[in-house]
Design a protein around this ligand. Structure first.
Ligand code: HEM
Length: 418
């Protein structure tokens, strides 16, 4: 921590707190103030430097040598001794993609990417559409639903598990395991709850172990078989522990909550912007651009972490080596120096693709094509079958504490039936 951080920190440095779920509802005025007054600042509450402008964020992302992802999430750093001891009884935690860099990152990224490239996503499209349709069938006649619970949460997880060749009956259990683990890493779980979460993760590891065994003896067309094959082609094949981290972390954990929140954010912006939903219903061809603009204006990826490897000067601030950097993507995507009228939902803007919704550079979201495919398919189906969709007057959308992801965890929608 810098010596003078408290005395020189701007007021918002003490206010900004992604662990306060209420702030996720509308953090954009605060972000605007950050960009204007002190675009790079030390946050005493987070113990990190926050970077809020598009250009500064891009400088960080372009320079992995000085701003590394290596151990940026420092897995295990805040575990209680009891939780750490239980964790040590399972497969060792290994770096995956988000917390890795250089050749090791590239090697693991090739393995995960083999199952998520354009060709693979294209092959899964009919199945993704069928899974979305099944969920929609269950509530289309109701006229009112919490779309987070009924669709946005189960849909991406179903897609990922289906791709991995996992029976859908195991979904609730996997969701619990994955949530327990993700919260342990990102949501400041109280010490007394940590051991139970670790036990849950160990069960998740054993489940993955069995899956890998099964696919090794009888490979299929699924994403896990694909990753196992890609792994065998590597000069340094992935260890069992690495494979488990890739399945549980890079695939399941990274791939479902993000997409769930993005679907809710997208629906919310489309249904609150006058004329936007009607325009999609009239011309579903607009969905692809609208989606990119929703990713920009309602940032789902709030921010991600990096660590400095040397003293750096950024946004006029001198940051020491070894400091944690929080690149605030949801702010960069609203930067007035990058986007004209940044708060306005305007899919026709020329630079609609310049958003930071999937990051940038070597760590650009490896699941972006899958996430886009899911959102497009969902919106196409909704436009076709629920053209009169609107936001319910109440209850209000609910947001929750999270350091990397933002978006409604409850979003009530209505439409006319019969
Ligand atoms: C709309 C949904 C999604 C959003 C908003 C999102 C956002 C992001 C962002 C911002 C990053 C960059 C991280 C960084 O800069 O450090 C990222 C990376 C990543 N995403 Fe996504 N993601 C989504 C969907 C998915 C899906 C569906 C998957 C997999 C099935 C996935 C897997 C990953 C992985 C493994 C990384 C790490 C890549 C690397 O470090 O090389 N994501 N994602």
């Amino acid at each position: 921590m810098p010596k003078d951080s408290h005395s020189s920190a701007p007021a918002f440095a003490h206010t900004f707190n992604p662990f306060d779920g209420e702030q996720h509802r509308d953090p954009f005025a605060l972000f605007e103030q950050m960009r204007r007054e002190q675009p790079v600042f030390w946050s005493p509450a987070l113990g990190m430097w926050v970077v809020s402008r598009h250009a500064d964020i891009c400088s960080v992302l372009r320079d992995p040598e000085r701003f590394t992802s290596l151990d940026a999430y420092a897995i295990g750093a805040e575990f209680t001794p009891e939780a750490a001891a239980r964790l040590a009884t399972g497969h060792p935690l290994t770096r995956t993609l988000l917390d890795n860099d250089g050749a090791e990152h590239a090697r693991l990224r090739r393995i995960v990417g083999s199952a998520l490239n354009g060709k693979k996503v294209e092959q899964w499209r009919p199945r993704i559409r069928a899974l979305a349709g099944e969920l929609l069938d269950a509530f289309a006649g109701a006229g009112r639903v919490d779309i987070a619970a009924a669709f946005a949460e189960p849909f991406p997880l179903r897609v990922i598990l289906d791709m991995l060749g996992v029976p859908l009956a195991d979904l609730p259990q996997i969701k619990r395991w994955s949530d327990d683990w993700f919260e342990l890493l990102f949501a400041r779980v109280p010490p007394e709850q940590q051991v139970a979460r670790v036990e849950s993760y160990l069960e998740f590891q054993r489940y993955c172990d069995r899956m890998i065994d099964a696919r090794t003896t009888s490979p299929g067309q699924d994403a896990l078989s694909e990753m196992l094959q890609a792994g065998r082609a590597e000069q340094v094949p992935p260890s069992r522990a690495e494979l488990i981290s890739l399945i549980s972390g890079a695939f399941i954990a990274a791939g479902h909550e993000t997409t769930s929140r993005m679907l809710c954010n997208t629906l919310r912006v489309l249904l609150t912007t006058p004329g936007a939903w009607a325009a999609i219903v009239a011309d579903p061809g607009r969905i692809a651009r609208d989606l990119e603009e929703a990713l920009r204006v309602e940032g789902t990826a709030l921010g991600m972490l990096r660590v400095t490897t040397a003293e750096v000067v950024l946004g006029g601030q001198t940051i020491p080596a070894g400091a944690r950097i929080y690149v605030l993507y949801a702010s960069g995507s609203r930067d007035e120096q990058q986007f004209r009228c940044p708060a306005q939902f305007d899919p026709a803007r020329a630079n609609v693709m310049d958003h930071l919704g999937f990051g940038r550079g070597a760590h650009y979201c490896v699941g972006a094509l899958l996430a886009r495919a899911q959102a497009r398919i969902a919106l196409e189906l909704f436009a076709e079958r629920l053209p009169g969709l609107r936001l319910a007057a109440e209850p209000a959308p609910v947001y929750r504490s999270h350091v990397t992801i933002r978006g409604p965890v409850s979003l009530w929608l209505e439409w006319d039936v019969g």
